[in-house]
Design a protein around this ligand. Structure first.
Ligand code: WA2
Length: 281
């Protein structure tokens, strides 16, 4: 191929990759805005009304009916802040005990067809973040303490002291064992001034709304909507610390490729899209 043809091919790849990255980023951003609106809805109709106007059935049905507004999420869940001295009363009122996300027994991913384990009651801690509402596909996380898993814990702590939407690195979700990322927004007691300090935010936090992004399935669906999907291979990485794959099969490391920037709105996390042609010219 002459250099002019190579240059043309390079430009085509760059524009296809940029288009895909832009689409993914836009859909991510739309989903993120609707999660923030859902956090405000919970604050308004659950916490600021006595008795609360939201229960699991209303939450699940509202979340399901508005799922089209969050195109990259496969579900949402809401956890509340419970301090240790409130635990007994909270558990009595819910009719269940706060549980651990992961069993202390050494049994990693269970793909062996064995019966799923019954979650264990959470040990004493200063505070807990049990899920009280979830979209039906994630009902299994209700009553689990989200501070008992590393990724979820880190997200909750960062969300409540920053007041912004924060994102986990890609990790394997409970039960489905699928690769996902979670976006969390904190819900606060009263109208906080926008210049509140982290300490004020931590104290005023009352709950945590999380959107579950099923990146594998949803990026695939998104890319299928574009023409010539077959001719281009797309990989998405979290490049915050090293390179964690979020989407795509093993990248072959030869030939022409293009890297498009991705911004998912959390300044702590970095992402990239890599594209290659699947066929030689
Ligand atoms: N939701 C569903 N499956 C999970 C999971 C999770 N977290 N973590 C691991 N597997 C209530 O950010 C607050 C949901 C966490 C929100």
């Amino acid at each position: 191929m002459n250099s002019q043809a190579v240059e043309k091919r390079r430009e085509t790849l760059a524009s296809m990759c940029d288009e895909r990255a832009r689409m993914l980023q836009d859909q991510f951003n739309v989903s993120m805005n609707h999660l923030q609106a859902l956090a405000i809805l919970v604050s308004t109709f659950h916490h600021s009304k006595d008795p609360p106007a939201i229960d699991q059935i209303t939450f699940a049905s509202y979340a399901e009916r508005t799922a089209f507004e969050r195109p990259l999420t496969s579900g949402v869940a809401y956890a509340v802040k419970v301090l240790h001295h409130e635990r007994e009363q909270f558990e009595k009122q819910q009719g269940w005990t706060i549980k651990k996300m992961y069993s202390s027994k050494k049994s990693q991913a269970r793909n062996d067809g064995a019966a799923p384990e019954i979650p264990e009651t959470s040990p004493v801690a200063e505070e807990y973040a049990p899920v009280i509402f979830a979209q039906d596909a994630y009902k299994h996380v209700i009553s689990l303490d989200m501070l008992s898993g590393n990724e979820d814990r880190e997200n909750i702590l960062r969300a409540r002291e920053s007041g912004t939407g924060v994102l986990t690195a890609p990790f394997r979700l409970l039960k489905s064992n699928r690769l996902g990322v979670i976006l969390t927004y904190a819900v606060y007691k009263s109208e906080l001034p926008s210049n509140a300090t982290p300490t004020e935010r931590i104290r005023a936090a009352i709950g945590y709304l999380g959107g579950i992004f099923d990146i594998e399935a949803l990026v695939d669906k998104l890319l299928h909507q574009l023409a010539c999907k077959q001719s281009i291979m797309v990989n998405v990485y979290d490049t915050t610390n090293g390179k964690i794959s979020m989407y795509g099969s093993n990248e072959n490391n030869n030939g022409m490729y293009h890297i498009s920037a991705l911004n998912f709105g959390d300044p702590v996390r970095k992402h990239e899209m890599h594209c290659r042609f699947t066929q030689k010219p």
